[in-house]
Design a protein around this ligand. Structure first.
Ligand code: NOJ
Length: 752
């Protein structure tokens, strides 16, 4: 397998010459420094620490001036990036500029919907456009590189980081990964107004046992190659210049010291020639794992495995690299190879020529109203209409006199933005309440009551050390009286819009959960409001599936709005009033209850006893909503599925086409999804697998014919007996439809 990734890189003679010139003049300590990335928090300083983090005061500045900090993270203020950059460029002996990285996960100042929501758009163009805005804002303030996209497949919603990825499926995950890389990075590394993309966490982090963050991961080879690695491969093929290693051990070997993973697979097999960074403190953690004997051993083994840059909060393990080289624990060639890759990226980004940013320009970029429009469209396209009984939605603005907007998430700016944001502007943030008030103006009275107090985590979030991240717990909140007030508003309104879900600190890193229930008294509020008889629209604010069994039977309209970002409330108003139609689809299987977890659509079949697929005696074995599910304001029928050929050679191609008709009386969006199933062969293959999708906008009464190519890329899989990718000579079933329950009615054969 060959890739033409990063064609300019060290192959460029001018870059190579400059790299060698710097390298030859570098001390071992300076080399280790280039391979060290420090956190630099902008937090109130405590006694010898920064916030709760045990970073010594001045540690970073000192290291920069000694030429012993090659990279920093968490600096987002352009004046501060300039100040720190000046320290290294003007203060250190060689004057090598620092590389600034940050978690620009779904926007910097303009916050996009969370990544799982972007994935739910099933729309690579929307995703690319959104992340290009994020990149533009980041680059303007002096950030050169983002620790994104997270391309970890997540099949266990107890794992809080499901919100940062693209869900359960490798095909959708690969498409979303590539779109994000293109958005962040542009056509090539060094594109103006873009940043280096750093897909993470290599590899398998999403399979943490029990959904417990950071816990160990055991994956069979076929799971790794067929499910967990493909999004990384897609991101690398799209040009990603960086990869971040995972915290946990993969099949017993910590990812950050795993030579097979980092060098054999990533560099030798895939041809990745960018640079590798560890997750925070993950090199030091090689000792915690009981893998390395001490920090010198940790540094030696990480560098030997191919890890270029250590991300450290304090006291980096890579500070021990000089002694590791001197004792022969790691070769100088291995260390030099890492240093070359760090210098190379700095040169390719043009940092030596232009290390600083223009602070006025940064202000202009951050204020660009076009960014807000991109965020609004992304939020519109991410929402998933889970249920719409009696076509309650869209609401008819003409007939609406009063709306009750209920639930504490309905007017929480901070929650509207979701997790993994630090530089947001709350003044620009539009909640659901504000969006509806703005959209309806004097036309209808929009009244608000929180109904219940914000629920709290049993154990606080580590992100609470950042300003604005603690969950408010209003004093003097009279729970029963507030619930009654909300019910009363609902009773006296034409429609009740409830916003329920999880507070932003309940999802994300270190936010695993042992249940999927609506936290606090939210379900009680939903029951009480529904009992008034006023039609209820439930808006779900979430990053993981929640237990909505009651709502799915009793609430007529359910729209998943995720954490929709800066313009979330405006987008929600657009959707509820029918200015635009929802068209998102679920990027994961939505279980009924936590007891069904993990649950995926692409399982295999096996022994089928008499009870027709019933696996639990106390609950259905089907999900609440299938993977790929999502409604719109149109009604779609699929007809005339045809395949261009009945047989193909194993390296041949065929085309599947189908006509999608909107038989409804409103325009709408639909994502046509192609699934295949291999009937027999050298392995038992899943009952169905997604192998193509296209998001369509179809007017009322109109029809569109769509085509999908099927070829070896879609048919091959990694076989545990052959220990390689193969295409079987067999029969495939094909179906194209609205979600992963589509009947597979067409067939073709692959010939030997
Ligand atoms: C730890 C997280 O696992 C990783 O995703 C993130 O990029 C780093 N911290 C830096 O914030």
């Amino acid at each position: 397998m060959t890739v033409t990734q990063n064609p300019r890189g060290l192959d460029d003679p001018a870059i190579r010459a400059r790299v060698e010139e710097l390298l030859v003049d570098m001390t071992l300590a300076e080399k280790a420094g280039q391979l060290t990335q420090y956190f630099k928090f902008n937090l109130p300083e405590g006694e010898g620490t920064v916030g709760d983090m045990p970073q010594k005061r001045g540690e970073v500045e000192d290291a920069l001036e000694r030429g012993e900090a090659g990279s920093l993270l968490f600096v987002t203020d352009p004046a501060e990036t300039n100040r720190l950059q000046r320290l290294t460029v003007e203060g250190s002996r060689q004057g090598i500029p620092a590389l600034f990285g940050f978690d620009v996960i779904h926007g910097l100042r303009t916050i996009l919907p969370v990544p799982i929501a972007l994935a739910a758009s099933w729309d690579p163009e929307t995703i690319e456009r959104g992340q290009a805005v994020a990149a533009r804002e980041a680059r303007a303030v002096g950030i050169h590189w983002t620790f994104a996209p997270m391309v970890d497949i997540a099949r266990d919603p107890r794992w809080g980081r499901i919100v940062e990825g693209a869900g359960e499926d490798p095909y959708l995950g690969s498409a979303v990964a590539a779109a994000q890389v293109r958005g962040f990075q542009g056509d090539q590394l060094g594109t103006p107004e873009r940043v280096v993309a750093g897909p993470k966490h290599f590899a398998g982090y999403g399979a943490a046992i029990g959904g417990r963050d950071y816990d160990e991961v055991d994956l069979s080879d076929q799971q790794l190659w067929n499910i967990y690695l493909p999004p990384f491969k897609a991101a690398i093929d799209a040009g990603a210049g960086n990869i971040m290693t995972a915290y946990m051990p993969l099949n017993g070997v910590p990812a950050t010291g795993n030579r097979w993973l980092l060098t054999e697979v990533l560099r030798n097999q895939w041809g990745f020639n960018g640079f590798l960074v560890s997750d925070a403190n993950a090199v030091r953690n090689l000792v915690t794992h009981g893998f390395a004997s001490d920090l010198t051993d940790a540094a030696a083994r990480a560098a030997d495995a191919g890890l270029d840059l250590e991300m450290a909060i304090s006291d980096p393990a890579y500070a021990h690299l000089p002694e590791a080289v001197e004792s022969g624990a790691v070769s100088i060639e291995a260390v030099d190879a890492c240093v070359r890759r760090i210098l190379e990226v700095k040169l390719r980004l043009g940092l030596f020529d232009d290390p600083y940013v223009d602070e006025d320009h940064a202000r202009t970029v951050l204020a660009d109203p076009a960014h807000r429009q991109v965020a609004r469209e992304a939020a519109q396209r991410s929402a998933v209409l889970l249920r719409n009984e009696g076509t309650l939605l869209p609401l008819n603005a003409e007939q609406l006199r009063s709306v009750a907007v209920l639930g504490p998430l309905a007017d929480s700016k901070r929650d509207t933005l979701g997790p993994w944001v630090f530089d947001y502007n709350l003044d620009e943030t539009v909640t659901v309440l504000a969006g509806l008030r703005d959209r309806l103006g004097d036309q209808a009275e929009v009244r608000y009551a929180p109904g219940v107090r914000p629920a709290q985590r049993t154990f606080p979030s580590m992100f609470e050390m950042f300003p604005g991240n603690a969950n408010p717990d209003p004093e003097g909140f009279d729970d029963d009286a507030e619930l009654q007030r909300a019910v009363e508003l609902a009773r006296t309104s034409d429609v009740a819009v409830l916003v329920l879900g999880e507070w932003h600190g309940m999802i994300g890193e270190a936010a695993s959960r042992s249940s999927l229930e609506l936290p606090g008294r939210q379900l009680e509020l939903l029951h009480a409001v529904s009992a008034t008889g006023t039609p209820v629209v439930l808006l779900v604010m979430n990053g993981r599936p929640l237990d909505l069994r009651w709502a799915a039977k009793n609430v007529p309209a359910i729209l998943d709005i995720w954490y929709p970002g800066t313009q979330g409330g405006a987008a929600v108003a657009d959707l509820l009033l029918g200015d635009v139609a929802p068209g998102g689809k679920l990027p994961f299987t939505w279980p009924r209850t936590v007891g069904q977890v993990p649950m995926i659509y692409s399982h295999t079949t096996s022994f089928e006893p008499q009870n027709q697929g019933k696996r639990y005696w106390d609950e259905e074995s089907t999900p609440l909503f299938p993977f790929g599910h999502g409604l719109s304001y149109g009604t779609f029928t699929y007809s005339d599925l045809t395949l261009s050929r009945e047989t193909v050679s194993r390296d041949g191609h065929l085309t599947a086409s189908i006509t999608v008709t909107n038989t409804g009386d409103r325009a709408g969006d639909e994502v046509a999804q192609l699934y295949i199933h291999q009937r027999h062969g050298a392995a038992a293959r899943p009952v169905r697998e997604l192998k193509g999708f296209q998001r369509l906008h179809i007017g009322a009464g109109e029809a569109r014919t769509v085509q999908f190519e099927i070829g070896p890329d879609e048919l091959r899989y990694w076989n545990a007996a052959a220990r390689d990718f193969i295409v079987d000579a067999t029969t495939f079933d094909v179906g194209i439809g609205s979600d992963s329950t589509v009947q597979l009615t067409a067939t073709f054969a692959t010939t030997a």
